[in-house]
Design a protein around this ligand. Sequence first.
Ligand SMILES: Cc1cc2nc3c(=O)[nH]c(=O)nc-3n(C[C@H](O)[C@H](O)[C@H](O)COP(=O)(O)OP(=O)(O)OC[C@H]3O[C@@H](n4cnc5c(N)ncnc54)[C@H](O)[C@@H]3O)c2cc1C
Length: 302
Amino acid sequence: MLRAALLRLSENKRLASWAMRNRLSRSVARRWVAGETLDDAFDAARVLNKAGFPVSLDLLGENVLDRDGAIRTADSYVAMFGRIATEKLDGNISLKLTQLGLDLDPELCESLLTRIAGAAAEHGNFLRIDMEGSLYTQRTVDLCKRVRAKTDAVGTVIQSYLHRSEQDVRDLIAAGCRIRLVKGAYKEPADIAFPAKADVDGNFVSLMKILLPSGIYHAIATHDPRMIDATKNFASANGIGKDKFEFQMLYGIRTDLQRKLIAEGYRLRVYIPFGSDWYPYFMRRLAERPANLTFFLRNLFR
Ligand SMILES: Cc1cc2nc3c(=O)[nH]c(=O)nc-3n(C[C@H](O)[C@H](O)[C@H](O)COP(=O)(O)OP(=O)(O)OC[C@H]3O[C@@H](n4cnc5c(N)ncnc54)[C@H](O)[C@@H]3O)c2cc1C
C-alpha cells in the first residue's frame, strides 16, 4: 500500500515543485542522483570508472509535452555521446521515450530516437531505451525493434512484473536486441502485472534463463542478492563467461554489493541519473524501500 501511495505521489506536480525547491529533499535526492548538471554526472562517472565500473548516464526528465523540449533533449543526448567519446569515458546512455515526445508526436519521437542511436553508432557506443509504465510498453518494444533494424547500437528494458514479458523477450531476442532485465518500478494493475513479489522474482529468474544463453550481450539489473546469485549460478552451470553479460545497479544503491561483484570479476555498470527533473525518479526509489522513506522523514522532522 505504501509503495502504491508513493508511486501515485511520484506523479503529483504540486508535490514535485515543492520537493524540488526544498533544501532537505534536494540533499536526500543527492544520495541517488549525481547532481543537476552534466559536469556533475561526468565527475561521478570518472570516479566510478576509476574504480572499475562502466556507467550509463541518464538525463532525468519524462513526459515532455512540447516539440522544442523534445528536440532540445535529443540535442543534449547527441552532444553527450560526443563528450563521452572526447573524454574517453567508459559509459553509454539511457533515455526515456516520453522525453523525446512519445506522448506528443510518435513520428517526431522515432526520428529523434533514430538520430540519437545514429550518434551512438558513430561513436561505437550504445543507447538503452528505459522502459516506462505499461501504457508505453508496446510502443517501446516496437520502436526499439524498428531502430534496431537500422543499427545494433540500441536496446531496451524488460520488466519481470509484467505477464507479457516472456513474449517480449523472445521477440526482442529474435530481432537481435540487447535487453536490460529489471523487476519494474511503476504502479501496474493486477490484470497485467504480478501483484506478489515472489512471482515477480520467479519470473525474473525465468527470463534471465532465456536471456543469458541467447548469445546476445544482455544486462541483469537488480540489487537483489538472490537474483544475483541465481544469475551467477546459472551462468557458471551453463558455461556462460563473466564477459558475456553484465550486472547493472543504480547510483548510490548497494555500493557494497557493487564493489563485491567487481572484485569477483563480474561486469557491473552503474546507472547515473542527473538533472534538475529528479522528483519522479526520487519517489520511485523511496517506494522501493520503506527504510529510505523513514530516513527521509526522520531528517525532515529533525
Ligand atoms: C540499472 C537499472 C536500470 C533500471 N531501469 C529501469 C527501467 O528502465 N524501467 C523500470 O521500470 N525499472 C527500472 N529499474 C528499477 C527496477 O525495476 C527496480 O524497481 C529496482 O531495481 C528495485 O528492484 P531490485 O531488483 O533491486 O529488487 P528489490 O526486491 O526491490 O530489492 C532487493 C534489495 O535491493 C536493495 N534495494 C532495492 N532498491 C533499493 C533502494 N531504492 N534503496 C536502497 N536499497 C534498495 C534492498 O537491499 C532490497 O532488499 C532499473 C534498475 C536498475 C538497477
